[in-house]
Design a protein around this ligand. Structure first.
Ligand code: TXA
Ligand code: MG
Length: 307
């Protein structure tokens, strides 16, 4: 924030500069065949936290991970016969598959919002493909717009809401589809259509996207133990997740750094679930910037569970 955003036409120099930024943990905007994505190293939690910081998004959603080919996808996710058939039919292209993660997957837990599944896509656009190759990293990339703004189909749309908030936009002209990828879940049972898009998948059942109460969202990890927020100290039987001056059993960030806290959030919630103690307490986290997304996630974690 505060610095100016460089815009470079798609070409070898732009890709080399973008790959260096990605390897250094920064997000960069890059065209795909659907919309422009804000791409960061999916194995680097703080890089992924910077996506959220740049977008000013008040909540964490699981993000799509872009990989160069099916072989790379299979290192990260488990493909059943149906998922394989879809991947072979539509990749590279505007289809995202949500599949169970491979054990030991290097994808940061912030990318999947702590879920055991991962959304994978092999993009067709030469710019995104070149960045995947040059960076050598799987790339988490939501649409490259500030929260609440429409998805960008041109470099100018990216600048309209992210100018000064990211270091670089690669300009590859207008995107071909102008609409986000189709998302299908292949996690056992029938294929489920999670988001309609450019690819139609006959036979995928439509998933209802009605209003869901906090803590009930099917696609969000929730700790198994009750959670108490804004705790200054641990009470009996509590495992305390600290922040800043509140040390806790573990800390989101002892220096009060919100990028670090966002990067560690889902790992520490999982750790607290597995730790001694039958309840989880969390130290106060400020509401500004990334803190809003962290608090949103914690409020959901603390909400009463469906029976
Ligand atoms: O076309 C596109 O897909 C663009 C370009 C940049 O590739 N990307 C995009 O990413 O739209 P994103 O991160 O905004 O889309 C993420 C959506 C989430 O809203 C969520 O619904 C779904 O993908 N998703 C991701 N991981 C999931 C998971 N493990 N389980 C269920 N849904 C998931
Ligand atoms: Mg979006």
């Amino acid at each position: 924030p505060g610095k100016s955003t460089e815009i470079r036409p798609f070409g070898p120099e732009a890709i080399a500069a973008a790959a260096e930024l990605v390897r250094g943990g920064q997000p960069v905007a890059v065209p795909t065949e659907t919309v422009y994505g804000l791409a960061a190293d999916a194995t680097n939690a703080e890089a992924v936290a910077r996506i959220y910081e740049a977008k000013g998004r008040p909540s964490f959603n699981p993000l799509i991970v872009h990989v160069p080919d099916l072989a790379a996808a299979r290192l990260l996710g488990q493909f059943d016969a149906e998922a394989l058939a879809l991947a072979e039919a539509h990749w590279p292209g505007p289809l995202t598959l949500v599949v169970p993660q491979q054990p030991g997957s290097p994808i940061a837990s912030l990318v999947t919002a702590g879920l055991a599944t991962v959304a994978l896509r092999v993009p067709a656009h030469p710019a995104m493909r070149a960045l995947l190759e040059a960076s050598g990293r799987p790339l988490a990339a939501p649409s490259a717009n500030a929260s609440g703004r429409i998805s960008p189909t041109r470099a100018a749309h990216v600048l309209a809401s992210l100018d000064g908030r990211i270091p670089l936009v690669i300009d590859g002209g207008a995107t071909a589809h102008g609409l986000e990828s189709t998302i299908v879940a292949a996690t056992g049972g029938p294929l489920r259509l999670l988001r309609p898009g450019p690819v139609s998948v006959p036979g995928a059942t439509t998933h209802s996207v009605g209003i869901e109460a906090p803590g009930m969202m099917e696609s969000h990890y929730a700790p198994g133990k009750p959670v108490r927020l804004d705790a200054a100290t641990a009470e009996d039987g509590e495992w305390l997740i600290g922040f800043g001056p509140v040390a806790g059993n573990v800390s989101l960030s002892s220096t009060g750094d919100l990028v670090e806290a966002a990067a560690r959030l889902f790992d520490l919630l999982h750790q607290a679930d597995d730790a001694p103690g039958d309840r989880i307490a969390v130290a106060p986290v400020p509401c500004d910037g990334l803190g809003a997304a962290i608090r949103d996630r914690l409020v959901r974690a603390a909400a009463p569970r469906p029976a």
